[in-house]
Ligand binder design. Structure first.
Ligand code: BGC
Length: 612
């Protein structure tokens, strides 16, 4: 063993010596091409061969829609590409994704140094951009399961579907701690206390696998660093006005856990901490994240995040140097990457950004590329294609849905529903709507109502579960209900949204459509169970007395059968609230321990009585 180690060391030294002179080892290959050399040595060798422009290119992440012509990737020497929330190839198939990825990759490989691209997507609840992929509950639902082992399995399954399309990098998990439910990204949070995001950070282990070099390992991203869920008023990209002690107590622990798990990247938050934009916050990135927590991976900006430092559109040289000097290694510059490269080159030449900083950023980026095995296996591993939307993954999603449902009210044991001898009336705009139940970040940034992808709606789940001796009648708006029914199930709630558009600074109640549907059911006198499909608690205190049962379903994803499993008692509910449920919207922010009277406290969740 000892002699083996000495031998390796000798080879490393030899390789580095040869490499630094631009020489090659046997076979005319530069040292960085040898997979058996340690990553550190390969990085050092490659770095020694790179020009300033090679290095600036590596630091850029462009949107694939920003690549206007073949040859652009090679010309700008781009290090990375992304597909943003609404950036899917046409047709939106696994095959088309993989072909797209491979074409970009081949172009990068054709450059003199042949450095492969790293390609990122927001697979935040499954590979949600891909039509037909398995879509899991959004994080808030996973938080309700309190099941870190399940989160890890979901990470693994997601990584397989992502790998089937070639992609190496996932901008997930969001480890945000949502402190104000007005925030439109509340559903991307595992819950309002740091312990939830910390414990569910196991999803990183699933995504990254045993090591990044394994097949179907995808690099994870802890985002958004830091305090994104703590802004005043729950305003997206807003200002988190809290002491450093509170920032460390509430928002830092999940990132510490992620770094301990070896997360490959951290994305910086658009938000500010006490008026200073995170994208320019050297203390929090350089000192706390890289210094104190010892993070060695890639710090990536958010989409156009550098532009927002001074609050004006576009980026200035000051913003560019401020962000890179604050410790951002790769910059998500969707479209203006060439201008960014030119600006950053100027800032290096005039001494505002040091060559050492550029080298450090490149070392971090190249290290991850080597660790991922991209130099050896740059193209899509197509054997994972059969995992996309597979039975196995959908079963896992269904299990996650079951465990995420939170039973909040069950007067007179209206639930579980009886499978046989039951006349069931189903209503509500979301009963038969896959888009509503999957929410934002599903085949499109903001998501959309309707049949956006393939899966099982809640109504289909109910129909599949009820025995032939029962009847299931569906009417979207509740028309046609009469007292002959045994029970009514109303599936209502929010329609899809994502960042910014999802903020609710005013009312947080049900919309007029839902209220009208619910009124019809109430007027019929039939006992009513409400299934609330929403990204957060809603202001329902006034309507609640009219309902016999209430299940908070969150945004369950494509497997609506899991909701039916709970409705019929095939699964006895175990979900617990990951957030405090307000009595009225004016209580926001309301969180456990703040003394405000809740409608349902943090951790609340009923089960069916034993033996039912
Ligand atoms: C979001 C990030 C996301 C990025 C890339 C941004 O608008 O804030 O969470 O990763 O877009 O799609």
């Amino acid at each position: 063993m000892r002699s083996g180690r000495r031998l390796t060391l000798g080879l490393v030294v030899a390789a580095m010596l040869l490499g630094s002179q631009g020489q090659a080892l046997a076979g005319n290959k530069p040292a960085y091409r040898y997979p058996w050399l340690p990553v550190k040595a390969r990085v050092a060798d490659l770095l020694s061969r790179m020009s300033l422009d090679d290095k600036l290119g590596q630091m850029m992440q462009a949107e694939r829609l920003g690549i206007k012509a073949p040859g652009d990737v090679a010309k700008a020497k781009l290090g990375s590409l992304l597909s943003g929330g609404s950036s899917q190839p046409t047709p939106n198939t696994t095959q088309a994704w993989a072909d797209m990825y491979d074409n970009f990759q081949r172009e990068a490989l054709s450059t003199p140094l042949g450095i492969p691209l790293i390609y990122g997507v927001d697979a935040v609840h499954g590979h949600n951009g891909l039509y037909g992929a398995t879509v899991y509950p959004h994080n808030i639902g996973l938080g309700a399961t309190r099941n870190p082992a399940l989160a890890k399995k979901i990470g693994r399954a997601t990584a397989e579907e992502v790998s089937a399309t070639g992609i190496d990098w996932d901008f997930a998990p969001c480890l945000c701690v949502s402190r104000n439910d007005r925030w439109g990204r509340t559903y991307e949070s595992f819950g309002e206390v740091p312990e939830l995001a910390t414990s569910m950070s196991t999803i990183i282990d699933g995504l990254q696998g045993r090591s990044l070099s394994q097949p179907a390992s995808v690099m994870a991203t802890a985002k958004h660093y830091i305090g994104d869920g703590g802004t005043t008023g729950g305003v997206n990209e807003g200002n988190t006005q809290i002491s450093e002690q509170e920032l460390r107590k509430i928002h830092l622990p999940p990132f510490r856990a992620a770094v301990e798990r070896g997360v490959g990247s951290v994305m910086v938050s658009y938000s500010s901490w006490n008026d200073v934009k995170l994208h320019a916050n050297s203390y929090l990135i350089n000192n706390v994240l890289k210094g104190e927590l010892g993070f060695k991976g890639i710090v990536i900006s958010d989409y156009n995040g550098v532009d927002k430092i001074d609050g004006k559109t576009g980026f200035t040289p000051e913003e560019v140097s401020a962000s890179v000097n604050a410790g951002i290694d790769m910059i998500m510059v969707p479209f203006e990457y060439q201008k960014f490269i030119d600006t950053l080159r100027g800032e290096v030449q005039n001494g505002h950004v040091s060559q050492a900083r550029i080298d450090d950023a490149n070392r971090r980026i190249l290290t991850k590329k080597f660790e991922l095995g991209l130099f050896e296996h740059p193209l899509t591993d197509r054997k994972y294609m059969s995992t996309v939307g597979s039975k196995e993954h959908r079963d896992l999603a269904r299990e996650a849905v079951r465990e995420s449902q939170v039973l909040l009210k069950n007067d007179n044991n209206v639930l579980p529903l009886d499978k046989s001898r039951n006349k069931i009336f189903v209503a509500g705009k979301t009963a038969d709507d896959l888009g509503n139940q999957t929410g934002g970040w599903t085949v499109g940034w903001q998501g959309a109502s309707g049949p956006v992808t393939t899966g099982t709606t809640i109504l289909q789940g109910i129909k599949q579960t009820a025995k032939p001796s029962s009847t299931v009648t569906y009417s979207k708006d509740g028309t046609g209900i009469d007292h002959s029914y045994d029970v009514a199930v109303a599936v209502v709630g929010e329609t899809p949204y994502a960042e910014t558009k999802g903020d609710r600074p005013a009312s947080m109640g049900l919309d007029q459509t839902d209220l009208a549907t619910l009124q019809k059911l109430h007027d019929s006198g039939v006992p009513t169970v409400v299934v609330l499909v929403s990204g957060r608690p809603l202001d329902i205190a006034q309507q609640l007395p009219q309902w016999d049962g209430l299940i908070e379903s969150w945004l369950p994803g494509t497997e609506g059968q899991g909701v039916a499993d709970v409705l019929f008692g095939a699964y006895n509910p175990t979900g617990k609230l990951p957030v405090t449920w307000m009595r009225s919207a004016d209580q926001q922010p309301i969180n456990v321990g703040d003394g405000k009277p809740a409608l349902f406290p943090f951790g609340y969740g009923l089960s069916y009585r034993h033996g039912h």
